[in-house]
Design a protein around this ligand. Structure first.
Ligand code: CMC
Length: 429
């Protein structure tokens, strides 16, 4: 295979090196194209643009493969442990016992937020969107940890990562408690990561909430399945912000904002709204599918389609299995799961979805699991953020450790007015 390509423009040839990744994906390196030819590339939505080289996550969207640091996602299904996966993503290998215990201890010791931060919650309306609060509070965290702005050693990175990963869970739980007018429940140092989160969400004063093991396992797996997805919108945002040498807290706060949108992490809320509207009889499943296919409407089948997966999304398949197992263990059911399966069955036989290779994505089943655990819909995207945080940290760190890192600064093709003149107010139409 050749290691360069030739681009011919106006009779001139330009050699473009070909970069090959460890799984044989190939990319044209256009780093010198503009200086040599005056040309830039144009790729709205960056569908064909590799913004970096990365060792963290491998996806083959055609084959439905997703691996963290080389390990297939499916390997985590039988012993789901979010803390272990967070470490793996950030530090590049599975933690040995000493590393795992040290990191777990750091998570435990940093679970509380500064008491002064609690006052900030009172400044938000009770009805404030949880993602707005989360982004603001992660930014606020930076005010309490200025010593962690410059992370030069692995030790400093670990401290910052542990603080963020631990405290995001406390911030999320307090956001929920505040929205309900409930007293804040302090983290319990005896509890592991996921149980502690559920404790802060659902315990009452003097009445601890003890989750079923199946619930703990399901939530661990949900978080793991969201933990990284290479250069998605929020991760690219974290990298973009971090490329200006903004600190980890500021960069992750920006990631939360990017994740909030309904085409990204916010889709899990929209899926449940869609399923509920079908359940309430506002539309049948077939009518919803028809609306999603109708180009004159802006309806989309939420939880379907993906920029990268043109085959099944392995996360959706795993979540469907988890949801079925969880309901079987809990001895409960959710009519929305049946509606979701019916919608998927119709869509997966429909020419429109088949032609465009639109399959259920991670958001299609995650909300159903979170509902079964008792998490309200407006917190779903917050749960996605808790899961995605290790990925953001891993990418921020990878980028910041790269000696060749440059500030991210795309170009554009200008299409506006030619030279125009300033018109004084009194002469304007
Ligand atoms: N329902 C109906 N039509 C769709 C859908 C959908 N969910 N998704 C894509 N299409 C159509 C789209 O209208 C277009 O049709 P045409 O070629 O006739 O113009 C074609 O499929 C290609 O779509 P696209 O918008 O160019 O694809 P994209 O790669 O830019 O967008 C997406 C990917 C995920 C934003 C999109 O599929 C979508 O909006 N899905 C629904 C929202 C959703 O579930 N988002 C969660 C994504 S997974 C979690 C995450 O990573 O955040």
């Amino acid at each position: 295979m050749s290691d360069s390509a030739t681009l011919t423009v106006d009779g001139k040839n330009y050699d473009l090196p070909i970069v090959t990744g460890s799984e044989n994906e190939r990319a044209l390196d256009i780093g010198k194209l503009r200086s040599q030819s005056g040309l830039i590339t144009l790729d709205p939505g960056y569908g064909n643009t590799g913004s970096c080289q990365s060792d963290i996550t491998f996806i083959d969207g055609d084959k439905g493969i997703l691996r963290y640091r080389g390990i297939p996602l499916e390997a985590f299904a039988d012993h789901p442990n979010f803390v272990e996966v967070a470490w793996l993503l950030i530090f590049g290998h599975l933690p040995n016992r000493t590393e795992y215990e040290f990191f777990s201890r750091e998570l435990t010791e940093n679970a509380n937020i500064d008491e002064d931060m609690k006052h900030h919650f009172a400044g938000f309306p009770r009805s404030a969107p949880p993602m707005a609060i989360l982004s603001a509070m992660i930014s606020t965290l930076s005010c309490f940890h200025p010593q962690l702005f410059d992370l030069e050693t692995d030790d400093q990175l670990e401290k910052a990562a542990a603080r963020l990963i631990s405290k995001i869970r406390t911030l999320a739980a307090y956001t929920y408690r505040r929205s309900r007018g409930l007293p804040y429940i302090y983290p319990d140092p005896k509890l592991p990561y996921v149980s502690n989160f559920l404790h802060m969400m659902f315990s009452e004063v003097y009445s601890p909430y003890v989750p079923e093991p199946e619930v703990r396992a399901a939530l661990n797996l949900v978080l793991i399945l969201h933990a990284d997805h290479e250069q998605n919108c929020s991760t690219s945002t974290v990298r973009m912000v971090g490329s200006s040498r903004a600190n980890l807290f500021a960069s992750c706060a920006a990631g939360v904002s990017a994740l909030w949108g309904p085409l990204h992490g916010g889709a899990n809320v929209k899926v449940i709204e869609m399923l509920e509207s079908i359940h309430k009889g506002k539309m049948s499943a077939q009518e919803y599918i028809n609306a999603a296919k109708d180009k004159s409407s802006d309806v989309r089948l939420m939880g379907f389609g993906h920029r990268i997966y043109k085959n099944f999304d392995p996360r959706a398949t795993m979540l469907r299995d988890v949801s079925e197992k969880l309901f079987a263990k809990l001895g409960t059911s959710d009519p929305l799961l049946e509606i979701a399966q019916n919608l998927a069955d119709i869509a997966l036989k429909d020419e429109y979805f088949l032609e465009r290779k639109l399959y259920p994505n991670v958001d299609f089943y995650s909300g159903i699991i979170l509902r079964a655990i008792g998490i309200p819909a407006n917190m779903f995207t917050v749960l996605f953020a808790i899961g995605r945080l290790p990925g953001w940290i891993a990418h921020w760190h990878e980028q910041n450790s790269d000696p060749n890192m440059r500030i991210a600064r795309p170009r554009q093709v200008y299409t506006g007015n030619g030279l125009s003149h300033y018109v004084p107010m009194e002469d304007r139409m």
